[in-house]
Design a protein around this ligand. Sequence first.
Ligand code: FO1
Length: 319
Amino acid sequence: MSRRVALLAGGVGGAKLGDGLYRALPRGELSIIANPGDDFELHGLTICPDHDTLLYTLAGLGDRERGWGLAGESWNALDQFGKIGAPNWFKLGDRDLALHIHRTALLKAGGRLTDVNRELQRGLGLTDAPILMATDDPLRTKLRTPDGWMEFQPWFVGAQSKPEVLEVAFDGAATTRITPEVEQALNEADLIVIAPSNPMISIAPILAVGGMSEAISAARARGVHVIGVSPIVAGKAIKGPADRMLSAAKLPSSPVGVARALPGLFDTLLVEEADLTSELRADLVPLVANIVGAQIVMHDDAARLSLAQRLLQAASDAA
Ligand code: FO1
């Protein structure tokens, strides 16, 4: 049976599940809708960190330990940036830099971000170029901290996401529009998957793109199921600041907080089976129709694939 899947994904957690789904599904049946909110410009180059994490991971080229960037990378340019007084707080490896230079050149020549990024995907061996930008228009996540508003990467990498987040905004969202490719992927989807990514800074910016919520609602109206995976296990984020951000927003650092941060989005939510007490289930019941326990921490390739298969099975069972 053909089953087309649209995955909404942020960086590292999104890429791991994306990799599992990419291997679990026949070629051409997965479209990944990448978070554009982390994109920014540095050294005059356009950098799309979440797209690139997805790209390197699916291409089997990603650094496993860091979760971002290329495996076996060298850092000569970064050292040189430091020596000449250029910014070196955001670590661009030598080979990664080639990607940003080429992307920027193609964009300057008039290319559309979706087309340019798909060309990069094909160049690195993803012939079906499954990763779509949520939008080609600029949308930038900003965070209000006790010291004022910060741009995303200076907060996330520069300040190691330490400043408390009092408010999140998606600059430019009002004038963005989903791409025709995203519209088609959601129109044709039999299943929508929400990756175990930070609900507030990875999934929310995707949903903030003009036309995205409407396209998801239209899919649901024709019976498409939305299934998510909690990025919180044992009260802690699997990676990154989601737990602290939920607490700062006065939401529980648990799957309940995830469901409340993305209200009404999930038909099914996969939560870590060891966490799925009767109390957690009771708290989730008013928020999510179907709650499924699974091993959701993806330590290796086998775990990525088995979570993807478990998720596809849970979605079939619920349909
Ligand atoms: N994350 C870091 O924590 N430190 C870095 O220096 C860093 C550099 C970097 C370079 C290219 C790239 O594609 C991603 C990079 N990331 C880095 C990851 C990125 O900032 C975050 O993972 C995402 O934006 C959050 O999903």
